[in-house]
Write a protein that binds this ligand. Structure first.
Ligand code: DGL
Length: 263
């Protein structure tokens, strides 16, 4: 049986990419809710309805575990999903804990990039109240970045201008870590590395999520040794062009963009 991955669009492919490296003998199903992308600017009720419908659609197929490769969907729907289905369901949340540890050791602050909805949700606020004892975490919603990503827009100049305008009110030297709290954002690591001071570390939750998935599969005796890293790409509006886009997106992550020569 395959391991399922779900996101509103191509964001969760950044988590799938981590899983491919970790599980050479597993097969995957990646499902994007293209009918409703993006989630981060919708209401909580709308997102929950879309997530429940999409997961119902995914689980009509044989899937042994499901990764909700979307911070926004996790923050709203993970409890309901876990109480509805029996298979292991792994969620994601902004990796603020390791970021706080690292930044504290440098006597610096933490900046969390995510969607509006993730940052407003109770799950995130509870997490931060629990772990940010020295009040060093600042939130920064970047909803437009999801749209740039869905358009596969990696225009270096355009993106640099966008990030600079969003970051101008921060004294970036005060920050030790930036958390990429949306699975669409790791595509922009190369640009961010170029723009941020060199001591700033980018932290995303993909590896931690895949490690959690791995230990759950092991615990439940669900690991395979006969898979071939085959990936079935699916989307809710059955758009063939979007399937091609998903494959291209994986290629982009695997080759990792670099700064254009003449810049
Ligand atoms: N990739 C999703 C996340 O991690 C959400 C993007 C969106 O649909 O707004 O939050």
């Amino acid at each position: 049986m395959r391991i399922g991955f779900f996101d509103s669009g191509i964001g969760g492919i950044s988590v799938l990419n981590e899983a491919i490296k970790h599980f050479p003998n597993e097969d995957f199903l990646y499902y994007a809710d293209t009918r409703n992308v993006s989630y981060g600017t919708k209401t909580k009720e709308e997102v929950n309805k879309h997530v429940q419908t999409a997961v119902e659609d995914i689980l009509k197929q044989e899937v042994k575990a499901l990764v909700i490769a979307c911070n926004t969907a996790t923050s709203i729907s993970i409890n309901e999903l876990r109480s509805t289905y029996d298979i292991p369901i792994i969620g994601m949340e902004p990796a603020a804990k390791p970021a706080i540890e690292l930044s504290s050791s440098m006597d610096k602050r933490v900046l969390v990039f995510a969607t509006d909805l993730t940052l407003k949700e109770l799950k995130y606020r509870k997490l931060i109240t629990r772990i940010d004892k020295d009040l060093i975490v600042d939130p920064m919603p970047l909803p437009e970045l999801v749209d740039f990503c869905e358009d596969l827009n990696f225009n270096w100049d355009e993106l640099s201008t966008y990030f600079k305008s969003k970051l101008e009110r921060f004294d970036l030297n005060q920050y030790g870590t930036v958390v990429l709290g949306c699975t669409h954002f790791p595509y922009y690591k190369p640009i961010l590395k170029d723009l941020l001071p060199s001591h700033v570390q980018l932290i995303d939750g993909s590896r931690g999520t895949v490690e959690r998935l791995s230990s759950l599969l092991e615990e439940k005796n669900l690991l395979r040794n006969d898979g071939t890293n085959d990936i079935a790409f699916q989307c809710s509006n059955q758009d063939k062009n979007y399937i091609t886009k998903m494959k291209n997106a994986l290629g982009i992550l695997q080759n990792t963009l670099s700064k254009p020569e003449n810049n």
